[in-house]
Design a protein around this ligand. Structure first.
Ligand code: AMP
Ligand code: ZN
Length: 119
């Protein structure tokens, strides 16, 4: 598994830094955002260190597909209300101008009753 020594999300995925875990399998890890914007706000990351969406290629297609499918499943399990009245938002900030602060690929999954702090 490729990891980056100074990456906080690699450390969360390995358990070296604690987090409020939502889900884990061989490839993926999900945990609650430390500063939630909404009643439901968790992050899905690949355990493999990929810095952002700018580095993904065709070889990552099935991994990204699994992240999307997992987002929809966990959103409901974590308390997002059902579609269409409820729903959720998937956000993938990419690069500095894209608002990315942590440079390990992550999907924000955000939902629950409004108002939200952001978004
Ligand atoms: P982004 O701006 O898309 O890179 O988002 C990074 C997100 O990671 C922010 O929403 C932070 O609140 C969140 N975050 C940073 N450190 C931690 C941590 N140790 N545990 C959980 N979430 C974190
Ligand atoms: Zn990393």
């Amino acid at each position: 598994m490729s990891t980056s020594d100074n990456c906080i999300f690699c450390k969360i995925a390995s358990g070296a830094i604690p987090s409020k875990k939502v889900y884990e399998d061989d490839e993926l890890f999900a945990f609650h955002d430390i500063k939630p914007w909404a009643p439901v706000h968790f992050l899905i990351i690949p355990k493999m260190h990929i810095p952002s969406m700018a580095q993904v290629g065709p070889e990552h297609g099935s991994l990204l597909g699994r992240m999307m499918v997992l987002a929809a499943q966990l959103a409901l399990e974590q308390g997002c209300n059902p579609y269409p009245e409820g729903g959720f938002r998937i956000v993938v900030n990419t690069g500095t101008e894209g608002g990315q602060e942590v440079h390990h690929l992550h999907f924000h999954v955000i939902g629950g009753a409004r108002p939200w702090l952001k978004g």
